[in-house]
Write a protein that binds this ligand. Structure first.
Ligand code: SAH
Length: 352
């Protein structure tokens, strides 16, 4: 990075590092992603990446049908559909259309930071209301919460195991370039006890914002009734490793070049999310692969019925379903976390 423009985020981050010393990776990632999502639409062929709802309407429809089934079993209470980071609003539009076919017309609330994407979402789902505070979701009925590729965009902290302790990994500067350094003091963060004896040089990640959001949302649907689906690439942590990545124009890039111009993500620790949801009073189902989950909930039937209606689309539908479910595509890398209010949960979750 040489000579960034004085108005650029890189320039401002460098000034901050010069004045105050290295920044935790989480601060760098938060600043980069806030700038990145504010500037436009990152999705689609002309953007940087494509998400499951943009691949096929079947994705949002299956999610809508899953929610409708839970809602019927719970006695059809008043419901608010909440989506975290809805992108273009495609998943919501598809899910809400599927719900409406069964008489479920919920209120709709989106949590979205980007003013640009808020406008796109409001055009897609005109009855939406936006909320800023996840600790006080609107309404007082049940909640159905969806988060697809939301948690991976939240800032992570990274830690490196030194000879005797864990140290936070930070972004410093050398010769006007960003470089990675370790904080000299051991971290006071709560590194999971299971990782205490990791060998020197090991890395691990924590995403306290993700666990805070999960805890806040789960506390509300656990009390009010409802359920949540969190879908993302991730693992059942705690675990060792460095998963920070940048994606630009559908290719991996260096996360520390050109902050704000590319999407920074990290794999989601579903173990940490599940623990936060349980501590808030929700029941959590065993983590499922996206492919298995979509097949369990009827994607093949949905593909056939769409194909019968429009035979010209049969090949495209099959290829979309393959992309969403095949283990070599998104089927295995992506996971689905189901969390439910205790009184919405099925008996198979009762022992959790
Ligand atoms: N769920 C969509 C978009 C995924 S991209 C899809 O599947 O297509 C990530 C989304 O989360 C974007 O809408 C982005 O603006 C939003 N986002 C990222 N960080 C956020 C934060 N801290 N608070 C609210 N929204 C955020």
């Amino acid at each position: 990075m040489s000579d960034p423009a004085p108005t650029s985020l890189a320039f401002r981050l460098m000034a901050t590092i010069r004045a105050h010393g290295p920044l935790p990776i989480a601060a760098f990632m938060a600043a980069a992603n806030t700038a990145y999502y504010a500037k436009g639409d990152p999705l689609g062929a002309a953007g940087d990446f494509i998400t499951a709802p943009e691949i096929s309407q079947m994705f949002g429809e299956i999610i809508g049908l899953w929610a409708t089934d839970r809602w019927m079993k719970a006695g059809r209470p008043p419901l608010t559909y909440v989506e975290l980071g809805p992108g273009r609003g495609t998943l919501a539009a598809d899910a809400l259309r599927a719900m409406a076919q069964f008489g479920l017309i919920p209120d709709v609330c989106f949590i979205e930071h980007s003013p640009y994407l808020r406008a796109v979402q409001a055009a897609r789902v005109p009855r939406v209301q936006f909320a800023d505070d996840v600790t006080r979701l609107p309404g007082d009925g049940a909640l159905f919460v969806v988060a697809n590729e939301f948690f991976d965009a939240l800032p992570i902290h990274q830690y490196v195991r030194g000879p005797t302790a864990w140290h936070e990994r930070c972004v410093g500067m050398r010769d006007d370039r960003f470089v990675l350094v370790h904080a000299p003091q051991p971290t006071t963060a709560a590194i999971p006890p299971r990782l205490a004896d990791a060998p020197e040089g090991s890395m691990t990640e924590l995403c306290p914002l993700a666990t805070r959001i999960m805890a806040a949302v789960a506390a509300q649907f656990a009390a009010r009734g409802g359920a949540m689906l969190a879908i993302d690439y991730g693992y059942d942590g705690p675990a060792l490793g460095d998963t920070l990545q940048a994606v630009r124009a559908h290719k991996f890039a260096d996360p520390f070049t050109d902050p704000g111009a590319q999407d920074l993500t990290a794999h989601v620790d579903f173990g940490a999310l599940a623990q936060a949801a349980r501590a808030a009073g929700a029941h959590v189902a065993p983590l499922t692969d996206q492919g298995t989950w979509l097949e369990m909930h009827g994607i093949v039937t949905r593909e056939r019925s769409l194909g019968r209606r429009d035979p010209g689309k049969i090949a495209a539908l099959r290829s979309a379903r393959h992309r969403l479910t095949d283990p070599s595509q998104m089927g295995q890398l992506f996971k689905v976390l189901e969390a439910l209010a205790p009184h919405w949960a099925e008996p198979r979750f009762a022992a959790d």
